[in-house]
Unconditional design. Structure first.
Length: 655
């Protein structure tokens, strides 16, 4: 048996690539020298290709120390290394592998002096970075001004988007946070102060790791050193890279030019995190002589599901066209279901899940996906009523979310004036009132039996304004009997809180509109709160064990579902002005990303796919209105899906 000696490593050349890979995958493994773009369709085995390419390079006497493997999680890197080690039957010591941030940390520790840092600099996590932002806001005196200032979470998100997209702060604010445009000069000043503060303390946040890595590469000796070290660069999930990461890779590949990136432009859905699809689309322009490979053989889904996926994505103009073909045998057509309203949609999905489960499909193999979280509220209520266990992947159940609990706190005070927790939660939402002031106010009311007028006289001017707002709102709510009307009264004030405290205020407000829609079915605030309180007893994802998750249904936004697969997938809320998202309607670029989201949903399903949309929906302003299916529905040929107009008998059985 022939072996290659790599210092202390021995890699036997015994891997039968032809047996393990299809012809498309083999081409990548054997021929991907120089700049190479691998367009890996959904379910086409891209991870497998990267692992075998890595093993192939090592067999060809490339030292692990000369290979850089970049993944989007350190867990993914570890799994790839373990599988490659299993193939080679040897330990890959010395391989540069991990996330961009992990590799950056390794290099910066070695070269810190070039950028004015000591090798033992501290890395702060996101929560510590937020606290430091808070310190900067206070030290710069922004909280002393008359107007409120955006919270630390939003400020950090703005700065992070600017850094990772390589766009100026004012452009990020106009694009993603137009309601905060008046704060632009303050945020720019804060950024400079924040940077100086970190440098003086010898600390970096996660974004700094990439910023300073790129700055290091501006030094010719550093760029030459690492571009020569990395003879081969392998990058996973390339469609999710941002502009900063692209610039780093371009510098690292400047000497040997052996850079292989694997990605799928049809699954680029994270522009809101600064991912730039142009990194992939323009790769052949950026790297002269690029070889393009396509992986189009799909091992996941049935031919019928892939036909639908291919029809969806062909309407995008900015793409590398691909046609997925199935290994699996024919099965049922995807089903598009029109329901009377969101309540019937929820009943249908819940009942169909029970039927599929009774037929032998485990709950863990079923997922319900949606464009926005608010679309799942009625379904969550229905699942709870039917005792179907579920988790919301990557997030909280509807009633566990901060903004939902905030608004419900006001209503709970009306029902139970002795509810200290709800009182403090609600009053702290108002200007000038922090936890200590809330404690003081509560003590005055509960122990000293003071009325609101007496309390107000004891407060400072800034606190008086917030307290008066709270008192006026509570007085209004006392004269409101309907719970949906009460929620809309709260929203008049809480809306501003959303825009200053959350990085997705529009989504939060839609959630609250949905809460009001549920509340409309209750005659009194008391009955509504009593019913809702029973929902809050169910466990959220963070409190469910790994064993329990095996027997549990998954609910997820489409963004959180990327990279996963299930035997059965339901897409709910496939309605006009909900999917695609209304914000995307005036931009061809954004609309194409929404279409890619639709493509991602469909390609999560292995065998069975249901797409549902309600025929009517309720709005507070206009009452019940007719709702059309998504505009993407009209792009689909009618012979590639089955359409059902739902009927319902008295026992909620569907015909």
């Amino acid at each position: 048996m022939e072996t290659y000696k790599l210092k202390q490593f021995y890699f036997p050349t015994t891997i039968n690539y032809q047996e393990k890979l299809n012809h498309q995958q083999l081409k990548v493994v054997y021929q991907a020298d120089g700049p190479s773009l691998v367009l890996a369709g959904a379910g086409s085995g891209k991870t497998r290709v990267l692992i075998y390419r890595l093993a192939y390079l090592l067999e060809k006497n490339i030292s692990p120390q000369n290979i850089l493997l970049v993944t989007f999680t350190n867990k993914a890197a570890k799994e790839m290394i373990n599988r490659a080690e299993g193939l080679l039957k040897s330990t890959l010591n010395g391989l540069w592998a991990g996330t961009f941030h992990h590799i950056a940390n390794m290099i910066l520790r070695r070269e810190a002096q070039y950028i004015g840092y000591l090798p033992n600099f501290t890395i702060v996590d996101k929560e510590d970075a937020k606290d430091l932002i808070d310190d900067c806001i206070e030290e710069l005196g922004f909280l002393k001004k008359e107007k409120l200032f955006p919270k630390k979470d939003i400020v950090l998100n703005i700065l992070s988007l600017a850094v990772n997209s390589q766009h100026p702060i004012h452009q990020i604010i106009i694009q993603f946070y137009p309601h905060l445009e008046e704060y632009t000069p303050h945020i720019k000043r804060l950024y400079s102060y924040y940077q100086d503060k970190k440098k003086n303390a010898q600390i970096m946040d996660f974004d700094d790791l990439l910023v300073y890595w790129l700055k290091l590469l501006n030094f010719h000796q550093i760029k030459d050193k690492y571009s020569k070290i990395f003879k081969y660069i392998l990058v996973d999930e390339y469609q999710d890279t941002n502009r900063l990461q692209f610039e780093i890779l371009k510098n690292l590949a400047s000497y040997h030019k052996n850079i292989l990136v694997v990605g799928d432009d049809a699954q680029s859905i994270y522009s809101f995190r600064a991912a730039d699809i142009n990194n992939l689309l323009d790769f052949p322009k950026a790297f002269e002589g690029t070889k393009i490979f396509k992986l189009e053989i799909n091992y996941r889904s049935t031919p019928q599901i892939l036909t639908l996926a291919n029809e969806i994505i062909k309407h995008n103009i900015n793409q590398f066209p691909k046609t997925l073909t199935a290994i699996k045998k024919d099965d049922c057509l995807p089903t598009i279901v029109k329901t009377k309203d969101v309540y019937q949609q929820a009943r249908f999905v819940a009942q169909k899940i029970l039927e599929l489960n009774n037929e032998g499909i485990p709950l863990k193999e079923i997922a319900v996906l949606f464009r926005s979280h608010f679309q799942a509220l009625e379904l969550e209520v229905e699942l709870i009523k039917r005792n179907i266990p579920y988790i919301v992947r990557g997030g909280l159940r509807f009633f566990e979310q901060a903004h939902i609990k905030d608004v419900l706190a006001y209503l709970k005070i009306l029902i139970n004036p002795c509810d200290e927790l709800s009182f403090k939660r609600a009053i702290c939402l108002h200007k000038g009132i922090g936890r200590s002031t809330a404690n003081k106010i509560w003590g005055g009311i509960s122990k000293e039996k003071k009325n609101f007028s007496q309390i107000e006289k004891e407060l400072q001017n800034r606190q008086k304004e917030g307290f008066k707002e709270f008192a006026n709102l509570m007085e209004t709510l006392k004269n409101t009997t309907k719970p949906d009307e009460a929620i809309h009264q709260i929203l008049k004030i809480y809306r501003d809180h959303c825009f200053l405290n959350f990085d997705n205020p529009d989504e939060r407000i839609l959630d609250l509109e949905e809460l009001a829609k549920i509340a409309k079915d209750y005659q009194t605030i008391k009955r509504f709160i009593v019913e809702i309180s029973s929902f809050e007893e169910f466990k959220g994802e963070s409190r469910i064990s790994a064993t329990e998750k095996d027997q549990i249904l998954v609910l997820s936004t489409i963004h959180q579902a990327k990279g996963l697969e299930w035997e059965v997938v339901f897409l709910i809320g496939f309605s006009d002005y909900e999917f695609p998202h209304p914000k995307a309607l005036n931009s061809q670029k954004d609309l194409e990303e929404e279409r890619r989201l639709f493509y991602v949903v469909v390609t999560r399903a292995k065998s069975i796919l249901y797409i549902t949309y309600p025929e009517t929906k309720y709005t507070f302003k206009n009452g019940i209105i007719i709702s059309r299916p998504s505009q993407f529905f009209y792009e689909l040929p009618k012979d590639i899906y089955k359409e059902i107009f739902l009927e319902e008998d008295l026992d909620n059985n569907y015909l």
